[in-house]
Design a protein around this ligand. Sequence first.
Ligand SMILES: [Zn+2]
Length: 568
Amino acid sequence: MPLRPRFLAALLSSLTVLLLLVLAPAPAAAQAYVGRPKLIVIVVIDQFRGDYLNRDQSQFKGRGFRLFMNEGAWFTDCYFDYANTKTAPGHATIGTGAYSDGHGIETNDFWDASRSFDKKVSSVEDERYQLVDLPAASIPANQPGAPDTAPKYLIGSSPRNLRATTLGDELRLATNGRARVYGISLKDRAAILPAGQAANGAFWIDNSSGHFTTSTYYMEHLPEWAKAFNASDRPAQAVHEAMLDTTTQFFDLVGRMPAANSYELDFAKALIEGEKLGRNGVTDMVVVSLSANDIQGHQFGPDSDSEERMILSLDRDLDGFNTWLDKTIGLENVWMALTADHGIAPIHSDAADLGIDAALVNMQAAYKEIDARLNERYTKGQQVQYLLPGPDLPYIVLDRRAFEKAGIDEKTAEETVASLLGEAVASQAAPSAEPLPAQHRLPPTAQVIGTYTRLELAHGQLPPSEWGRLLAHSYTEHGNWYVMLVLGAYQMSGAPDYSGTTHFSPWSYDRHVPLAFYGEPFLPGEYRGRVAPVDLAATLASLAGINQPSAAVGRVLTEALKPAISGK
Ligand SMILES: [Zn+2]
């Protein structure tokens, strides 16, 4: 009996599918243990909001940002799920796949009751270590060979406050230390925290000279390739590219120019070559945190011409770096991820001009008022300082010694400060002049959206909502009493003449960052589902076949993965 045409067509179609399945190159199962991929590169751009990629998309060229956006999996709606959007917790979150309640880093510089009531400590400073191979002019006064002009005291750094492992730590653990893991940034915290405790090295710059340094936590001396980089004309070239005629304070001057990005990426190339990354038979990793955008962004804001110049210049630098990676290791052997540590608010006056309630809150005045009210209540006629110097929003830190001396317990102290905060900020809210008859919109007014005591955060006494979850993720403690303060959206702390901008809040503009992957396992495309930066470490750990970092709470982004064939 002749085959019916419809049956024949169906048979042919099935055979075609089968043939395609057999011939199509199934993604080889990725395994960190056998060097698939050879290298993971995580690029973090400091203070880079998720909407920047959309805004300047039409002007990107080559394989810079477009490598991620056109050939990779690009998540357009990635938001940090916490309320303390600062550099140190952002970088720790990217590395650990956890939030402050998991990794223990809540802000850049904090009061640590176990270390000092006289000064804050930075998230990475560590007096048990020293900085390595600084140029002679930068040797601190507390070390031999220091010049007369030496900064009084400079100490080493380490990930001592990090309470969770990172993706890099897990790579090191999984390969018995064979995987090599590094962090690079202009800033110590941004080099150290995303790389982790077991990293082979983290490198950042000596602010004055721009030379890369590290800490004795990692090594006694810089590797030869890093010494050669510092000794080359590359630091002077960066100064020249930044069109500056002085080499003093490299960090402040060159650090906020596009030239700083190519400088860091050139150091990353020197590291990858010098340490032979991608040639160890296991998966190596490097995190490069590009600081320049943050240093200039605080000054000029997200909507300035200088921001656009920085982004387009970085696009060219990333194109150069990605092309170099392709020539040396081969992009088919590399997985890359792109993200940022936090976003940024618009310059408040720009937002206010459009009618947004974007006010500055004079927190110094609020501190004075609160201290005065507390003295009135507990130590009449005295001038006791009840609040430790600050603020470092969103945290208002209490001097527990002053309250304890007055016989006040933590609950009462924090609740009292919380209620006084509301009053102190509200007292700044009244517009100073009567509105003019033709004025339709009153001036923006400062407002407190919420105050949350450390005890409430510690015991989960928070709204059972998305909002409560953001706050819970921001909890950690270093032995002090504190209150978390949430100001109105587009509002920030600043003296009346403050013209810059900042990031610290639970509002969308501070939490929105890019998230994109490039590499063999990823299905190229634009993904608009809501994701979070904690998903980065979870996804890469899963693909590499290793444990997720110790406190990871991220989700594996399965929607962006090619179907894997088991056992291949
Ligand atoms: Zn930052």
